[in-house]
Each structure stands twice: as structure tokens, then as C-alpha cells.
Design a protein around this ligand. Structure first.
Ligand code: HSE
Length: 400
């Protein structure tokens, strides 16, 4: 029998407890032993919930109980999650988490402590919710050199952009619906300003290269500025707008960013809609591989967390190696990276046509006082130099 403590009884925590109960037989079979939840930690009380009997408010009671083998951290946020997880690992407990903020900021350090203590720190649910992506990267995709990782890694923004595309509404209207449905994080900024996606692409890319990619170094652009008008042009061009986390590795030069992009139907992520996530990897041997599924939500995320619990139950005192050092990934300057650009400008601003090599020029009858262009591919350095003063520019979106 392996005993587990769950830190946090929110959406994910209650999902983990539910899955461990409802899937008891399959968990026992796969873990080779029974898995029992001994404690749930939360600041709140849950009168009438069966969890009441095992609810504690004092973390020390959990971490000092020698019967607890695995601690499941699903509180979110970095503090006190970091202090709790570090303390648990140092005391020889296995830990698994769904917490991307914790993993993005402290992953290499926690992996190192787990190794030193011959226990495990696993975090499958921290990227892509229920989609298996961390384990495949660490265990299966370790021969290829990946020259591109592109992901729709945030369900909330994908829901908002899908809603705007399908129903023609504004960003604000779609955000309200996402909040009403409980998709957006407590602070919607983490989702809509791109930080959540940035943490996730940083985790994936760091693991790919076995080094630490500090997400705060990335160029991060969210979706607040995407308007109904941008979406109407995108539709006319046969494209959708998606918030992408992208890492390019061009002959060893690594560039990572999060930004909205217009993509066409030839792109594998074009049909990843609503709250779904999709991750496309391009490797030198494997070619293109696509991961698709539920990137958020109670049961999908709990499914990934419980798979970590099973792995840890099978390896309680054996560290499953994860190569993730704290050596920093050195990122290429943004100026060297290439893109095409969609630019909307005032109708009387002719200069844009002379400044850029254009692939397309679009005028839409509904928007008489403006027009838009799609440029040929160029480096960001060239783009910034040419665009100059943005006085007559209404919107810019990268085109992939
Ligand atoms: N807020 C996140 C999302 C939850 O919308 O994708 C899953 O990490």
C-alpha cells in the first residue's frame, strides 16, 4: 500500500481524489500496489464532502508522517508550493505536480534534489493538461534533434480566439464567456497576456535541450489587442489567429517566443479549436509529430497527475532520471528571427506599399478607411527598421 497526500482541493485536487477512487482497480493494477489518499491539505473546510475525514490544515503533519510516500502538489502558484515541495523532497518524499509556474521557475533545482534523495519529482500535467508530452519528450523522443516545437498551449486563449472566429464577437465578450465557463485562471492576465503559454513552451524547450529556459527572457505577446477587425481579415485570407508558443532551433541557434499568429489550413494546428491544446514537433529523424487533446480541465489533468502517482508508486526509492540542468539556454536575438507580417494601416497611408515586399494587399468593404497587407518573410530587425513610426498602423500580427 502506498499512501498519498494531496495539497490543494481545488479543481485538480478534487479530480485527483476522484480518479484515485473511481479508477481504483486500474491504478492498483498499474502501480502493482494499492494507492490510498491519507491526507488532503487545504485552507478551507468542506462540510459534507467525504474528504472532510482526511482534511488537514497543517502541512507539517503531512510531511512529517513517515507513512506518506507521495505528495501531490496541485495548489498552484509558486509560494508556498515551492517551499512545500522542496521540503518534501529533502525529507525523502516523492512529489508530483500539475503546477507549471512552479515547474517553469524551479524545475531544474527540484529535479536535482529528487535525484540526490533517490526519489522523484514528476510534472506530466504541467504542460498540455492531460496530453502526454513530458514523458514522450524525456523517454521516447530523445534521439531526434528538434528544429521546431510549436504549441497551442493555453486552452483559455484558444477558446477566446475560436469564439471570436466562429461568432464574430469582440475579445472582451469572448473573455467574459471563458470566465463564466471557468476556463480563465483566477487572474486572466496569466492566460490572455501569454504568460501561461510562455511557462509551458519554456518547460518543453528546456527539457528538449536538457537546460533551463527562463521564460522571463522570452518575447511574450498576448491576445488582448486582437480585434474583431483582425479576425475578419484573417477569415478573408483563409486563416485563423492562434496564440502560439514556438521554439526554433536553426543550426543550434535557439529562438523562442509566444505570440498570436495567423495560420492557414496547411498548418497542423489550424483545426485545434476551443479549449483544446496541440503541440507539433519537427525532428530530424522522426519528421513531424503532433500531440492533440484536452489541455485543461479537472479529469484530463487528473489523468496525467495520477499517471505520475503510478510511476512514483512503482519507483518509490529509485530516481527516474530526468536530464534538466540549471545551465541556461542561450537564446538568439529576436532581430535575427524571420516572419511574415500582417499589417493594417490607414487607407491614405500609401507608404507601406513601398516599404515592404508584399505577398498580398487586402481591402474589405466593411472597413473603408483602412487596408491591410501581408509582407514577404523578413527578419524582425528588417521589419522594425522598415515599419518605423507606427502612427498610421492599426494592427500587426505575425503570419506563419
Ligand atoms: N489556464 C490554463 C489554460 C489551464 O487555459 O490552458 C491549464 O494549464
Amino acid at each position: 500500500m502506498v499512501k498519498v497526500a494531496v495539497l490543494g482541493y481545488g479543481t485538480i485536487g478534487s479530480g485527483v481524489v476522484e480518479v484515485l477512487n473511481t479508477s481504483r482497480d486500474i491504478v492498483t493494477r498499474n502501480a502493482g500496489t494499492e494507492v490510498e489518499v491519507k491526507y488532503v491539505l487545504d485552507l478551507r473546510d468542506f462540510p459534507g464532502d467525504p474528504v472532510e475525514k482526511i482534511l488537514v490544515h497543517d502541512y507539517a503533519r503531512i510531511v512529517n508522517d513517515p507513512e506518506v510516500d507521495i505528495i501531490v502538489e496541485v495548489m498552484g502558484g509558486t509560494h508556498p508550493a515551492y517551499e512545500f515541495v522542496k521540503d518534501a523532497l529533502l525529507k525523502g518524499k516523492n512529489v508530483c505536480t500539475s503546477n507549471k509556474a512552479l515547474v517553469a521557475e524551479f524545475g531544474p533545482e527540484l529535479v536535482k534534489i529528487a535525484k540526490e534523495k533517490s526519489v522523484n519529482f514528476l510534472f506530466e500535467a504541467s504542460v498540455g493538461g492531460g496530453i502526454p508530452i513530458i514523458r514522450p519528450i524525456l523517454r521516447s523522443l530523445n534521439v531526434d534533434t528538434f528544429y521546431e516545437i510549436t504549441g497551442i498551449l493555453n486552452g483559455t486563449t484558444n477558446y477566446i480566439l475560436t469564439k471570436m472566429y466562429d461568432e464574430g464577437g469582440s475579445f472582451e465578450e469572448a473573455l467574459k464567456e471563458a470566465q463564466a465557463l471557468g476556463y480563465a485562471e483566477a487572474d486572466p492576465s496569466a492566460d490572455v497576456d501569454g504568460f501561461d503559454a510562455a511557462r509551458k513552451i519554456a518547460i518543453l524547450s528546456g527539457l528538449m535541450y536538457g537546460k533551463n529556459l527562463d521564460f522571463e527572457q522570452l518575447s511574450i505577446e498576448g491576445i488582448r489587442h486582437i480585434s474583431k477587425i483582425d479576425m475578419d481579415y484573417a477569415k478573408f485570407l483563409g486563416k485563423k489567429i492562434k496564440l502560439l508558443g514556438i521554439t526554433y532551433n536553426i543550426n543550434g541557434e535557439i529562438y523562442t517566443e509566444v505570440a498570436p499568429h495567423m495560420i492557414g489550413p496547411e498548418n497542423k494546428l489550424y483545426n485545434v479549436d476551443d479549449v483544446k491544446n496541440g503541440i507539433e514537433l519537427k525532428g530530424n529523424l522522426l519528421g513531424d509529430t503532433m500531440f492533440y487533446g484536452a489541455g485543461a480541465g479537472k479529469l484530463p489533468t487528473a489523468s496525467a497527475v495520477v499517471s505520475d502517482i503510478i510511476d512514483e508508486a512503482k519507483h518509490l526509492h529509485t530516481n527516474i532520471p530526468i536530464l534538466w540542468s540549471d545551465e541556461p539556454v542561450i537564446l538568439a536575438e529576436r532581430g535575427r528571427h524571420k516572419s511574415k507580417f500582417f499589417i493594417r494601416v490607414d487607407r491614405n497611408y500609401d507608404e507601406i506599399k513601398n516599404k515592404f515586399d508584399l505577398e498580398q494587399l487586402v481591402t474589405l468593404p466593411d472597413y473603408q478607411d483602412e487596408y491591410a497587407v501581408v509582407t514577404a518573410e523578413m527578419t524582425f530587425a528588417e521589419f522594425y527598421e522598415k515599419i518605423g513610426n507606427k502612427e498610421h498602423v492599426r494592427s500587426i500580427v505575425q503570419v506563419k
